[in-house]
Design a protein around this ligand. Structure first.
Ligand code: NAD
Ligand code: UFG
Length: 350
């Protein structure tokens, strides 16, 4: 079986490629490298000892996309490709709508033309907007609070319409909670452009000396220590969730949403403490105002994925921290390879 992985060079995509290859699937990667480097794919080959075809194509470019489908016999598609920064999406909404919506529509048109009707889509817990429910189940109220989130909600709706038009489609909408961590080899991991927006890459860049100090956004939430609570899931567990979703598509037509989370919430301070304990590095921090748009608490009800996909996240918060640190300290500048560090003694540059 050959799986087309769009956005396969990215953070979650590269980890999923490893799990696919190790599970015996053939893969084809499509990426425009707008937020990733080809080196991540070389590392995927290094980890797995397997090679695969890669197309440097923008999904928005329909003509080039057709080459991928006409030249290969594709069984199913895992669709990671998309822009994902919430703040940036507020600044450049049209680029987000164009890239994420047009890219997905082009992909689905090509899938329809070539009779490839199995699709796993990267959705997000962001589609729950400001639902008051906790834990958050798939049938909680939907509603996004920023353009990025709205692209995910709109794509979910487009895919539901597509299924209504043709019941031969099998589609899984995977709503990720907060993926962190890295492959245990330390060869692939998250490589954000510029200063990270998300908590874990920020913490690990403080630890490695690229950033001075963590800003904690809000210590006055009504949580146990006042800081925000999230459902962090190891990226390898998340990747395995995609394999379970693919297996499920083989036997079932329909369109279903699944939460991929652990069901456990950790506060910002919990994560800082777990990171310090797992790595022996200290993380200086200062308390700041709340970040606009942030929810106080967000964690998944993972029951549906457990019951229908047989998926359960097993990797602990300690492992998430250890694996992030292994990746960060051996690749302090991500896939780029050289950098200036504030604390030079702590880093080994590949
Ligand atoms: P990422 O940016 O590391 O990976 C996305 C990949 O898609 C990149 O390699 C990028 O170059 C590629 N891409 C973007 N637009 C493209 C286009 N038009 N054509 C071809 N390639 C394109 O992001 P990630 O963290 O791996 O996320 C993967 C998916 O999961 C995204 O759709 C994201 O919105 C979703 N998601 C991520 C998170 C998270 O916290 N990381 C949470 C929820 C959902
Ligand atoms: N935080 C800090 N300091 C930072 C970064 C984050 O205190 O420098 C806090 C936030 O306020 C929040 C928690 O850490 O309480 C987690 O923040 P992240 O930015 O890591 O994650 P979010 O939950 O805000 O958002 C992420 C993705 C979204 C996705 C959402 C749900 O960035 O794209 O998870 O999956 F929609």
């Amino acid at each position: 079986m050959t799986i087309l992985v769009t956005g396969g060079a990215g953070y979650i995509g590269s980890h999923t490629c490893v799990e696919l290859l190790q599970s015996g699937y053939e893969i084809i990667v499509l990426d425009n490298f707008s937020n990733s480097k080809p080196k991540s794919l070389k590392r995927v080959s290094e980890i797995t000892g397997k090679s695969f075809k890669t197309y440097q194509i923008d999904l928005v470019n329909r003509n080039k996309l057709e080459d991928v489908f006409s030249q290969n016999k594709i069984t199913a598609v895992i669709h990671f490709a998309g822009l994902k920064a919430v703040g940036e999406s507020v600044q450049i909404p049209l680029e987000y709508y164009h890239n994420n919506l047009t890219g997905t529509i082009n992909l689905c048109e090509m899938m329809r033309k070539y009779e490839v009707k199995k699709l796993v889509f990267s959705s997000s817990a962001t589609v729950y907007g400001s639902t008051g429910d906790l834990p958050i189940a798939e049938n909680s109220r939907l509603g996004a609070t920023n353009p990025y989130g709205r692209t995910k909600l709109m794509i979910e709706e487009i895919l539901r319409d597509l299924y209504e038009s043709d019941h031969n489609w099998s589609i899984a909408l995977l709503r990720y909670f907060n993926p962190i961590g890295a492959h245990s080899s330390g060869l692939i991991g998250e490589d954000p452009k510029g200063i990270p927006n998300n908590l874990m890459p920020f913490i690990s860049q403080v630890a490695v000396g690229k950033l001075e100090c963590l800003n904690i956004y809000g210590n006055d939430y009504s949580t146990k220590d006042g800081t925000g609570i999230r459902d962090y899931i190891h990226v390898v567990d998340l990747a395995i969730g995609h394999i379970r979703a693919l297996e499920n598509l083989e036997n079932n037509n329909g369109i279903e949403a699944f939460n991929l989370g652990t069901g456990t919430g950790y506060s910002v301070l919990d994560l800082v403490n777990a990171f310090e304990k797992a790595t022996g590095e200290s993380i200086p921090y200062v308390m700041k105002e709340r970040r606009p748009g942030d929810a106080a608490v967000c964690f998944a009800d993972p029951t549906k994925a457990m019951e229908q996909l047989g998926f359960k996240a097993t990797r602990s918060i300690e492992m998430m921290c250890e694996d992030t640190w292994r990746w960060q300290k051996t690749n302090p500048n991500g896939y780029t390879g050289n950098l200036e560090l504030n604390r030079k003694d702590q880093a080994t540059v590949l």
